[in-house]
Design a protein around this ligand. Structure first.
Ligand code: DP6
Length: 400
């Protein structure tokens, strides 16, 4: 963190999260208030993260933003909502504390640069990490210390869950002003060290229906979604929190799969219907159920967001064999040596019994690659000035 009288720069990182009880549907589009609570697992930033630098300076004449090296329109309503909200909180803090040590004014303009360490288009919830990182970085430069759920949420609902590590609940809240719609940690990242996450990247294409529009249509047309939000999710949240606290993988895995399936059922119940899964997604579902049936227990669980990629949860003792089962059913096309990225996965051979139980015709190339990761911590501040994506002039550092 560098601070002078009229200039301050901070660089932060923030994680991706994957919901095991899904958020789908808003009761307030402007404030981004959900129709049900949700629960997610924060993924480790060693594999997936957003890095954001925010610089404020008396010398800047306008707010500006660069995403993955390209200057973007700072006027986008959701970015504007985050900026407005952080400046409001900064002013509130100043007026409430006369001995305010912060020399910089909330009205100073900000330059922001943000990069992902993974392909944005891979459909890996980049907006959640992006807006959590934006909220966190802005809070540092403007000296905001209050809860940042509201700031991140105004960018993207699911982003408020990326403000914490481990297992995170987004409580839907009841108030119309959204003050009680906040994220809270249910258990820290150290709570379940055996838990592993495999992201099976099926397609890097951009999706047909974005989450924002998709959930809007679902709220308008799906009776199943209404039932889900009012009846199913409240009971499921309580069950899921219990399973997490008790490190109960059977319960956690089954609820995770059922909730993913119900979310996709509400998408089909939407009119016109939305389908995010493709044939490969459905084959992965089949593979997981066959694998579990072979062992007579839930050893592996899947979940899918608004796209065809699968996120698999399992325990460390099952990773090698399940990855071997994936390779057997979806043989890598040309990148055999780079098929598994992230945490190291040792090679394993499959028994003939298991191969027979999987009973699938191999389909080469339909899974592009796997990212092996685990549960991780929340946003971090990078102290080293070299980490800044913007130079002292507030412009992107040229990459040599
Ligand atoms: C399927 O948070 O992307 O990933 O609030 O409109 O930005 P907006 O939607 P977004 O929706 C995420 C939907 C989901 C489920 C989840 O993450 O809970």
């Amino acid at each position: 963190m560098a601070s002078e009288e009229s200039h301050m720069a901070v660089t932060c990182t923030a994680p991706v999260n994957i919901a095991v009880i899904k958020y789908w549907g808003k009761r307030d589009e402007e404030l981004i208030l959900p129709i049900n609570s949700s629960l997610s697992v924060t993924l480790h930033q060693d594999q997936l993260k957003t890095t954001t630098t925010a610089v404020i300076s008396k010398a800047f004449t306008e707010d500006r933003i660069w995403l993955n090296g390209q200057e973007e329109d700072i006027g986008q309503p959701r970015i504007q909502a985050c900026l407005r909200e952080i400046r409001r909180l900064a002013r509130k803090r100043r007026s409430g504390d006369e001995k305010d040590p912060l020399p910089l004014s909330p009205s100073y303009k900000v330059h922001i640069a943000s990069v992902n360490n993974f392909p944005t288009a891979a459909g890996l919830a980049s907006s959640a990490a992006g807006y959590a990182c934006l909220a966190y970085a802005l809070a540092q430069v403007y000296g905001v210390e209050s809860d940042l759920s509201e700031v991140a949420r105004r960018g993207s609902g699911s982003a408020c869950r990326s403000l914490y590590g481990g297992f995170v609940e987004w409580q839907m809240g009841e108030r119309t002003d959204g003050k009680d719609s906040i994220a809270r940690q249910v258990a820290p990242e150290s709570h379940w060290p055996e838990l592993r996450v495999l992201i099976l990247v099926v397609s890097a294409e951009k999706k047909l229906t974005g989450s924002t529009v998709g959930m809007q249509t679902s709220v308008e047309t799906s009776a199943l979604l209404k039932f889900r939000a009012e009846v199913v999710v409240p009971a499921r949240m309580a069950d899921m929190i219990r399973c997490v606290k008790e490190n109960n993988f059977q319960g956690f895995g089954q609820l995770t799969m059922k909730d993913s399936n119900q979310f996709h059922a509400t998408c089909l119940d939407t009119f016109p219907p939305i389908s995010y899964l493709n044939d490969t997604s459905r084959r992965i579902i089949h593979l997981v159920h066959r694998f579990n049936a072979h062992y007579g227990q839930t050893k592996v669980a899947y979940t899918f967001d608004a796209g065809p990629n699968a996120v698999i949860f399992t325990l460390d003792d099952t990773v090698a064999e399940f990855v071997a089962a994936v390779k057997h059913s979806f043989p890598p096309e040309s990148n055999g040596d780079k098929f598994v990225k992230g945490l190291p996965v040792r090679p394993a051979s499959l028994s003939d019994e298991l191969k027979a139980a999987l009973g699938m015709n191999p389909i080469p190339g339909s899974i592009k690659y796997i990212i092996a990761t685990q549960v991780g911590p929340g946003p971090q501040i990078l102290d080293h000035p070299d980490a800044h994506l913007l130079g002292p002039d507030g412009l992107p550092k040229s990459v040599a």
